[in-house]
Structures are given as structure tokens and as C-alpha cells.
Design a protein around this ligand. Structure first.
Ligand code: AHR
Length: 503
């Protein structure tokens, strides 16, 4: 047992209200995310629309509030008009971002229908790579204008008399990246983004728009990109995006589990840049953050490099996640919650088959990957306001992050439901961590349940044959006595301790 870690649970330690869209996700036309993932006509669990109900059941279990679509890198070469109208007339296209063939059997209308069935909101990205302002404004007209114009009437003719009411839109994707179709400099992108934003809002003033930030914190243009893009777009957008993926290719688990500190620094820097531009412009408006791609991604890289190009929906980016990946995903969720005042949307990238919490076998079952569990538990229990718990614990040395605390933690409080949840990761690979909490500021609150997920084998995975090898187990020693919480967090574990007012 190591030195006890300390937390404080108090209502006045509020970080901010948690926007439910913090638990968003992402479906790209990539690999088997759409075809063989959410959409598989003929599958035993698919309806007439081709939507797999077993996949929808798992998505509802997570309670995903918003899903970004259709990309990703894909969107920068996408002609959205290819994906509407009679399916037999839709073109097959060379898809250059992922070197496949796109059959366009699934497009905007199918995605909106699927969202309604999955009880989630759409977040659409427009193509600012190979296309631009015109295609974007027409797509907004197609989706959101009631009728009586060319594009809105086409939607009606395509079987959707009511507008889709898509509120959140991304102005392109990763436009700072040389890999992007139509990659631009910050000034070039800033100009295109502001002009596109302007006319999209002329079509529908209720839109919420996301400008592209950096593809990760290591990009050479990071920080100056955000400052320049916001200089152009500040008055016309509500959010700037952040993306990041981490991996453990060198098998350095202590360093890997500390990567959430990089995410934390990334968020703090982007908040500072937003506020710098706000000050420069003497603006009253605050631009918030949309962390609309984040995850672990590295397991599938070699397989993807070996893939034969120009297939339809081949397996791509099919990372099989381990116990340790789930720990980092848990720490990243905690990091997002610790910035709930400014990170208002986030999308775990992605949702099904492609670097995803949910896997399917084409023609077979669907199951939960290891990372499903911290994601589902934070989404289900982490609503209300986020509380800074002032976590204090012993630290370990790391050459990249210096002193890394063993404990990563945050709490959420749902005042109306009188419930409080502590989320915690113990990064100590060898020893369990005793936890002591001061919760005197929540009189009458008691532990109602405790969940913990750990496995002696940090490389343990969930597979079609063993779908529940890594899953949270209910139980533990957490208890509150005289306003003091005491619990034990097992070595290398993800933990959820739920308290509620019982008297
Ligand atoms: O999510 C996979 C890819 O990662 C996306 O297409 C792209 O935006 C990012 O580089």
C-alpha cells in the first residue's frame, strides 16, 4: 500500500456546468464504421433501414448525446450531393483520404435518420478542402431550410418533409495537416472559414460553428494556428476544435498513462489563446472548446499500412483495446471534466469498429471494447457540475512529464438528484492506493455503489469470444463515516464511487 491520496468533495469547488455534449462521439466514412458498423442491410439485427439495432442498443447504453459525421479526413474530399437521393443512382467514388472506394449507400439523410433512432444529435462537418462556401451553404439549406427552395425541396422530395434542424457544424477538418485534402495555411483557412461561417449563418442564424484548431499539440504551427484562425473567425464561431491521439508503441506504460497531462496542457493553452484573441478584440464573447477527436490510436497502424487499396469498407483503424488503454481513456475523460468550464463538446473518436468502444463482426455480434466502460460510466454518471477535488497523491518520475501523480480524479454533482460521483484512476502499476476524502460539505451523503475495473494483465482485451474479460466489477470498501470518505483503489485501476444523500 502506498501513501494515502487525498481528495476534497465540496459544492463550492465547482469548475462549471457539464455540457452533456462532452460525451459525444464520431462516425466517419472510414473502414467498417458505417458499412458493417452502424449500417448493415441484411444483418439479423438490422431493420428495413439497414441500421443495426444491436449497435444502437450499445450506443444507448453509453447515452451518446452528439455524433460527428461524415469525417474526419474523409470530409475534405466529400461531395455531399453524392450521398442523397435514390441509392441506385448514387456514384461510386475514389476516396483519396483513406484509399478506398466509397459506394455512397449511406449519406446525410440516412445519418440523420440513424441519429433519431440512436437518440443522439448530429454534428455535421462541411468540406473546406476540395469544396468550399457554396457546397456548405447548400448543405445547410438542404438540411435546415423548411422548403420552397431548390435544396430544401430536394430534401423534401427525398422523403424528409421536415427540416433536419442540425445545430452544430464543423468548418472543415484538420486543415492544418499536410495530409489533409486541400491543406491550407492558417491565414488561408481563416479567410475561407469566416466567409463560410458568415453565409451558413445567413441561411440559418441558429447554427453553432466550430473552427478547426490544431490536429495535435505537436504540430509545428500549434498556437500560432489558433491565434491566426481566431483572429479571422472570432466573431463568427462558437468553438475551436482540438484533436489528439496517444499510443504506447514503446511499451512504456507509466509514460503512456501520463499522456492525459499532455491533453490537460493542450486544453489550457487553447483556452489561453481564445482569451488572448478575446482581449485583443475587446470582445464580450467567449469562444469555447470542442475536443472533437480524442482517443488511444496506435495498435492498428501496421495492419493499415499493409492494406490493399481501393476496396469497399475494408477493416481499417481496428484497434483492439487493452486494459491499460482503458486507464488512459479514463484519465482523459477526467481531464475533460476538469475543464468542463471551457470544453463544452468532445467526441471520442470514433464510435464503432474504427478506433472505437464498440466492435462488430460483419454478419455477427457486437461487443464492448475495454474503453467502452470508462466512457459509458462517465457519460451515465458524470452529469451536472464538475467539482475540482484538489487531488493530492505521491508522484513518480517521468522524463516527459516530470512528476506524475498516481491519482487522477474529478467529481461530478447532480444537485437535483442529490448524487455525487467520484471518478478516479490509480496509475500505480504495483500497489493499491488508499484514498481519503473530506466530504463534510455534503452532509447526509453515503456511498451507494462502487465500481472498479482492473486486470492483472494490462494487455488483456475483450474479443468476440471473450467480450467481458475486462469490465468494471461492482463492490469495494468505500464508505463515509463522520464526513470522511475512505476507499481503496486497486493497482492500475479505473474507479467510480457514487454517493447520494440518504438522510
Ligand atoms: O479519426 C481518424 C482520423 O484522425 C480522422 O479522419 C482525422 O481527422 C484524424 O487525423
Amino acid at each position: 500500500m502506498s501513501t494515502p491520496a487525498q481528495v476534497i468533495l465540496a459544492p463550492e469547488r465547482q469548475i462549471g456546468a457539464i455540457d452533456p455534449r462532452l460525451y459525444g462521439s464520431f462516425i466517419e466514412h472510414l473502414g467498417r464504421a458505417v458499412y458493417g458498423g452502424i449500417y448493415e442491410p441484411g444483418h439479423a439485427r438490422a431493420g428495413e433501414d439497414g441500421f443495426r439495432s444491436d449497435v444502437i442498443d450499445l450506443i444507448r447504453e453509453i447515452d451518446v448525446p452528439i455524433v460527428r459525421y461524415p469525417g474526419g479526413n474523409f470530409v475534405s474530399g466529400y461531395d455531399w450531393e453524392d450521398g442523397i437521393g435514390p441509392k441506385e443512382q448514387r456514384p461510386r467514388r475514389l476516396e483519396l483520404a483513406w484509399r478506398v472506394i466509397e459506394p455512397n449507400f449511406f449519406g446525410t439523410d440516412e445519418f440523420i435518420d440513424w441519429c433519431r433512432k440512436a437518440q443522439t444529435e448530429p454534428m455535421l462537418a462541411v468540406n473546406l478542402g476540395s469544396r468550399g462556401l457554396d457546397a456548405a451553404r447548400h448543405l445547410v439549406e438542404y438540411c435546415n431550410f423548411p422548403g420552397g427552395t431548390q435544396w430544401s425541396d430536394l430534401r423534401r422530395a427525398n422523403g424528409h418533409p421536415e427540416p433536419h434542424h442540425v445545430k452544430v457544424w464543423c468548418l472543415g477538418n484538420e486543415m492544418d495537416g499536410p495530409w489533409q485534402i486541400g491543406h491550407r495555411t492558417a491565414d488561408e483557412y481563416g479567410r475561407v472559414a469566416v466567409e463560410t461561417a458568415k453565409v451558413m449563418k445567413w441561411v440559418d442564424p441558429s447554427l453553432e460553428l466550430v473552427a478547426c484548431g490544431s490536429s495535435n499539440r505537436k504540430m509545428p504551427t500549434f498556437a500560432s494556428w489558433e491565434a491566426t484562425v481566431l483572429d479571422h473567425t472570432y466573431d463568427h464561431v462558437e468553438y475551436i476544435s482540438l484533436h489528439t491521439y496517444y499510443g504506447n508503441p514503446d511499451n512504456n506504460t507509466p509514460n503512456f498513462l501520463a499522456k492525459s497531462i499532455d491533453m490537460d496542457r493542450f486544453i489550457s493553452s487553447v483556452v489561453a489563446i481564445c482569451d488572448y484573441v478575446k482581449a485583443k478584440k475587446r470582445s464580450k464573447k467567449t469562444v469555447n472548446l470542442s475536443f472533437d477527436e480524442w482517443n488511444v490510436w496506435f495498435h492498428s497502424r501496421a495492419a493499415d499500412r499493409a492494406m490493399e487499396p481501393w476496396q469497399i469498407a475494408p477493416p481499417q483503424l481496428e484497434d483492439i483495446y487493452t486494459m491499460e488503454d482503458a486507464l488512459l481513456v479514463g484519465a482523459m475523460l477526467i481531464t475533460l471534466l476538469r475543464h468542463a468550464d471551457r470544453v463544452k463538446m468532445a467526441c471520442l473518436a470514433q464510435l464503432v469498429n474504427v478506433i472505437a468502444p464498440i466492435m462488430t463482426a460483419t454478419g455477427g455480434p457486437a461487443w464492448r471494447q475495454t474503453i467502452f466502460h470508462p466512457y459509458a460510466q462517465t457519460s451515465r454518471f458524470g452529469r451536472g457540475v464538475a467539482l475540482d477535488v484538489d487531488a493530492r497523491s505521491a508522484v513518480y518520475d517521468d522524463s516527459e512529464f516530470d512528476a506524475v501523480p498516481y491519482l487522477e480524479a474529478v467529481a461530478t454533482w447532480d444537485e437535483a438528484a442529490e448524487s455525487l460521483t467520484l471518478f478516479a484512476v490509480n496509475r500505480n502499476l504495483q500497489e493499491s492506493l488508499p484514498l481519503q476524502g473530506d466530504c463534510r460539505a455534503f452532509p447526509g451523503y453515503r456511498v451507494i455503489e462502487q465500481w472498479s475495473m482492473h486486470n492483472a494483465d494490462l494487455q488483456a482485451t475483450n474479443t468476440q469470444d471473450a467480450p467481458n474479460r475486462v469490465a468494471p466489477a461492482k463492490g469495494g470498501d468505500a464508505q463515509v463515516q463522520d464526513g470522511r470518505l475512505a476507499a481503496t483503489l486497486p493497482a492500475a485501476s479505473w474507479n467510480v464511487i457514487r454517493l447520494a444523500k440518504t438522510v
